[in-house]
Design a protein around this ligand. Structure first.
Ligand SMILES: [Cu+2]
Length: 591
C-alpha cells in the first residue's frame, strides 16, 4: 500500500477494511456466531426446492462502518443462495418493493427468452409493487449467480448465488462446499459515479503517473525512451494507469457480503477436499485470487466441469465463476486473498480449522501498467513470464518475446490486423484501432506476467465432455470492442446500443463470434441464453463459457448455436460500460 500513500487516510482505511470503525468488539462478535461459515449480520439464507419467493427491498446495511442504503434480496446482501436441481421445473415469485422497475436475470442459464429477466426486451420488467412469476425447466447444473438487470441496482446489492445440483452423480467430489461471492460495495450512489466518470474519466484514478514516476521511469529506461513513451500516450490522449474507473478508493471489496475486517471464514478438517465456488458479482472489479500455501485445482468453469488444472492464482473477470478444489495439508488458517486488478484493495476471507483464526494477509502486488503493446502498437506483446500448460514459464525478462499459443481451429486467420473496412475508423466514439492484435489466450494478463506463480490461462481450459454440436460454423460475426475513454463512450464497432439494431441469427444455426478488442481495457463480454465455446486449441473439448474476458488488443473467437428464439443481450458486464452503450442483441429468428 506504500505506493498509494496519497490516499491512505483514516477514511480510506475504513473503506478498505470495512467495519473497522466499529472496533474490535464488533469483529469478535461476528466471529463468535455459531454458524459454520461465519459472516456479518444478515447472512444470506440458503433456499432449496423448486418454488421460491424472492423480494427486492430497499434496506439499510453497514459494510464500511457507516450505514448506507442497499437493494437487498430477501433482506440480505448478497441475496439468498438458491439451490436448484437439474431436471426440475423451477418457479420463482419475485416481488419488487423497490421504488423503480426491476428484472432479475439468471446468469448463464439456458431458458426461454421471456424468463431471462431483462426489462424492455421480451420481458416488461417488474414494476414497483408487482410480483412476476418466473417458471422454466432447469436443463443444466453447476455454479451460477443471479442479479438485477436494471440500471445500477446490482451495484447496490441485488445479486446472489445460484447452485444447481446435477441430475446424476456429481463429477466433482468434495467434503466441504462453499460459494465465495466477490463484490465491490460502495456506500454512495452509482448514478453519481456514472456521472463523474462521464465528466472526467480520471475522476477515480487517484494514482495517475506524476513527475516523480516520470523521473524514476527515466532513470530506469533512459530519458529519451521515457519522453517518447509519454509522447505517444499524450498523442492518444490516454493515461496508461487508467485501467478502470472507480477503484478501491471508492469500493470496499466483499466476500459473501463481508468486508475484509469481518474475516468471513470457511471451516475445514485436515485431509478434507474443499470446493470453493468463486463467483465475481462485482459491477466493475476483476480479482486475482490466491490462497497462499495452497494449490488450487480448477475443476469447474462457468457452470461446466473442466479437466483439472493446478494453479497458484487465477484472475476472475466480472460475471465469471471458477470452482476450485483445495486440500489443506496443515492444521492452520489460510487467507483467501482476492486483490483487485488495480491493486487498490482486496477482498479477504479465511479457511481455517476453527472460527476466529487468522493467517497473514499478503502484500499487494505491483500495480500493472498498460504498455503500448496492449494497444496493439508493438510487434511483440509485452507479456513475458507467462505460464505454459506444463507449468514452465516463457521468458521472464522485460523485453523478451513472449510466445503466443497457436491459434485454434480458426480458418483464414490473419494475425496482422490492418485497418480493413470492417475495422471501425477513428471517430468520436472510436479512440483507437489496435494495429496488431493477437491470440493472447495463453497469457495470464497484465500484472500477472512477471510473478513467480502458476496462473491460469484460458488456453488451458478443456471441457470434460466433447462439444454437443460438431458442425463447423457457417459464418463469422465479427465485432470490434470500441470506446472512447475520454468521453466515456463504449460500444461495438463504434456504435452504441441506441444507434444500431439487433444482429440476426437463426435458431440452431452454427456460427462463429469473433471479438477484436480495440480498447485499452479488458471487457468481460456476456451472451445471454446460449453457450459460447471458446476456440482455444482444445479441439472438440472447447470450454463452454457464458462470459469471455477479452484482453486489450486481443482477437478471440467462439462458436455458438442458439437454443431459443428471441432477443438475447450480448454485452460487456462492466456495469458502467454496459450502461454507456457496450450492449447489442442477438435476435434469434425461427429456423
Ligand atoms: Cu467493458
Amino acid at each position: 500500500m506504500s505506493k498509494s500513500g496519497d490516499i491512505l487516510t483514516i477514511d480510506r482505511r475504513r473503506f478498505v477494511q470495512g467495519l473497522a470503525g466499529l472496533g474490535a468488539s464488533a469483529a469478535v462478535g461476528l466471529r463468535s456466531a455459531p454458524a459454520l461459515a461465519v459472516t456479518g449480520p444478515a447472512e444470506p439464507s440458503s433456499l432449496r426446492g423448486n418454488r421460491f419467493k424472492l423480494s427486492l427491498d430497499r434496506i439499510t446495511v453497514n459494510k464500511t462502518g457507516l450505514p448506507s442504503w442497499a437493494n437487498a434480496i430477501n433482506g440480505s446482501v448478497p441475496g439468498p443462495i438458491l439451490h436448484w436441481k437439474e431436471g426440475d421445473v423451477v418457479t420463482l415469485d419475485v416481488t419488487n418493493n423497490l421504488p423503480v422497475t426491476t428484472g432479475v436475470h439468471w446468469h448463464g442459464i439456458i431458458l426461454p427468452n421471456p424468463m431471462d429477466g431483462v426489462p424492455g426486451l421480451e420481458f416488461p420488467g417488474i414494476q414497483p409493487g408487482e410480483t412476476f412469476t418466473y417458471r422454466f425447466p432447469v436443463i443444466q447444473s453447476g455454479t451460477y449467480w443471479y442479479h438485477s438487470h436494471m440500471g445500477y441496482q446490482e451495484q447496490k446489492g441485488a445479486y446472489g448465488v445460484l447452485i444447481i445440483e446435477p441430475a446424476g452423480e456429481p463429477m466433482i467430489r468434495a467434503d466441504r462446499d462453499y460459494p465465495i461471492v466477490l463484490s465491490d460495495w460502495m456506500d454512495g450512489d452509482p448514478l453519481v459515479v456514472a456521472n463523474n466518470v462521464k465528466q472526467n474519466p480520471d475522476y477515480y484514478n487517484y494514482r495517475r503517473r506524476t513527475l516523480g514516476t516520470f523521473i524514476s521511469d527515466a532513470k530506469q529506461s533512459g530519458l529519451s525512451a521515457t519522453i517518447n513513451e509519454r509522447l505517444s500516450w499524450g498523442e492518444m490522449r490516454m493515461d496508461p494507469s487508467g485501467l478502470a474507473e472507480p477503484t478501491g478508493a471508492l469500493y470496499t471489496y466483499l466476500i459473501n457480503g463481508a468486508p475484509p475486517a469481518a474475516n468471513w471464514t470457511a471451516l475445514f478438517k485436515l485431509g478434507e477436499r474443499v470446493r470453493l465456488r468463486f463467483i465475481n458479482a462485482s459491477a466493475i472489479t476483476y480479482y486475482d485470487i490466491r490462497i497462499p500455501g495452497l494449490t488450487m485445482e480448477v475443476v469447474h468453469v462457468h457452470g461446466n466441469d473442466v479437466r483439472p488444472v493446478q494453479v497458484d492464482e487465477l484472475r476472475i473477470g466480472v460475471a465469471e465463476t471458477y470452482d476450485v478444489i483445495v486440500e489443506p495439508k496443515e492444521n492452520r488458517a489460510y487467507t483467501i486473498f482476492a486483490q483487485d486488478y488495480e491493486r487498490s484493495g482486496y477482498a479477504r476471507g479465511t479457511l481455517a480449522p476453527r472460527a476466529g483464526m487468522v493467517a497473514a494477509i499478503p502484500d499487494m502486488d505491483p500495480r500493472p501498467m498498460r504498455s503500448m503493446a496492449d494497444m496493439g502498437m508493438h510487434m511483440m506483446p509485452k507479456e513475458v513470464g507467462a505460464s505454459k500448460p506444463d507449468g514452465t514459464r516463457i521468458g521472464g525478462i522485460m523485453g523478451m518475446m513472449a510466445k503466443t499459443v497457436p491459434t485454434a481451429e480458426r480458418v483464414g486467420e490473419q494475425p496482422m490486423h490492418p485497418n480493413t473496412p470492417d475495422n471501425p475508423a477513428i471517430s468520436v466514439e472510436v479512440q483507437s484501432n489496435a494495429k496488431m492484435v493477437s491470440d493472447r489466450l495463453g497469457l495470464p494478463g497484465d500484472g500477472l506476467n512477471l510473478l513467480n506463480r502458476r496462473v491460469l490461462t484460458l488456453a488451458e481450459l478443456r471441457s470434460i465432455h466433447p462439444g454437443v454440436d460438431p458442425r463447423p460454423p457457417g459464418r463469422e460475426i465479427l465485432l470490434h470492442l470500441t470506446g472512447n475513454m475520454n468521453r466515456f463512450i463504449w460500444g461495438f464497432d463504434g456504435k452504441k446500443y441506441s444507434e444500431v439494431g439487433p444482429i440476426d441469427v437463426k435458431l440452431g444455426e452454427r456460427f462463429r463470434l469473433r471479438f477484436i478488442n480495440d480498447t485499452m481495457m479488458s471487457h468481460p463480454i456476456h451472451l445471454h441464453g446460449m453457450w459460447m465455446e471458446l476456440e482455444n486449441g482444445g479441439g472438440e473439448h472447447r470450454p463452454y463459457l457464458h462470459t469471455i474476458n477479452v484482453k486489450p488488443a486481443e482477437d478471440v473467437s467462439l462458436l455458438v448455436t442458439p437454443l431459443a428464439t428471441g432477443q438475447w443481450p450480448l454485452h460487456c458486464h462492466v456495469l458502467y460500460h454496459f450502461e454507456a452503450g457496450m450492449f447489442r442483441t442477438l435476435r434469434v429468428l425461427p429456423a
